[in-house]
Design a protein. Structure first.
Length: 200
């Protein structure tokens, strides 16, 4: 709404955008303080700021990427990181052909270091979040090394479930699962009927 130039927004419009009731939306936003004005709604810029403050958007969260193949390289170049308060501070890879190359967007570029330097990169750059973009067979050992270096938040793109201690937050991005969900919705639209063998 801010990007569209809206200055105020009603609770009804916000609720519709979030697919919740107006009452629930007002109750949830009340936890941020008194933000709305009866008959006027919410100041969009102030509301965006207060929500961003609550969820940590204005803290410079420092990221390290492990694995800078095609996926890791794309993640390092993702323009949405800086917009949301994330700063790429390190990248490591086991491939000697990638070590020494530069990844990231201008102003946020880093030189890829050998995976043996992972702990030094994490501690030296005070990284808060680790991104695993490695093959599945090494993801668990990478996770263990990140945790040993002090990382307590991990985003895992490897197609494997990672085991770690309860004080470490791991979020798994499963592209295969997301595609299956999309395929399910496509099938429900009738664009892709079930194979005959499944009807039997």
């Amino acid at each position: 709404m801010a990007e569209a130039g809206a200055r105020t927004v009603s609770s009804g419009d916000l609720a519709a955008a979030c697919q919740v009731t107006s009452a629930l939306l007002r109750k949830d936003l009340s936890y941020l303080g008194s933000l709305g004005t009866r008959g006027v709604g919410y100041d969009v810029a102030n509301l965006a700021y207060r929500i961003g403050l609550q969820i940590g958007l204005f803290h410079p969260w420092r990221l390290v990427i492990v694995g800078v193949g095609n996926l890791g390289h794309a993640l390092a170049s993702y323009g949405g990181l800086a917009d949301r308060g994330f700063v790429l501070v390190g990248a490591v890879d086991a491939n000697p052909d990638l070590v020494g190359t530069v990844v990231g967007l201008p102003g946020q570029q880093v030189t890829v270091r050998p995976v043996a330097d992972l702990a030094e990169v994490v501690r030296g750059m005070d990284a808060h979040i680790g991104i695993i973009a490695t093959p599945a067979e090494v993801a668990q050992s990478v996770c263990d090394r990140l945790v040993a270096a002090g990382v307590r938040s991990i985003l895992n793109f490897a197609p494997v479930v990672l085991a770690t201690s309860p004080d470490v937050e791991v979020r798994k991005v499963d592209l295969g699962l997301e595609l299956q969900i999309l395929a399910f919705h496509e099938q429900r639209r009738g664009e892709e009927p079930l194979p005959e063998a499944l009807h039997a």
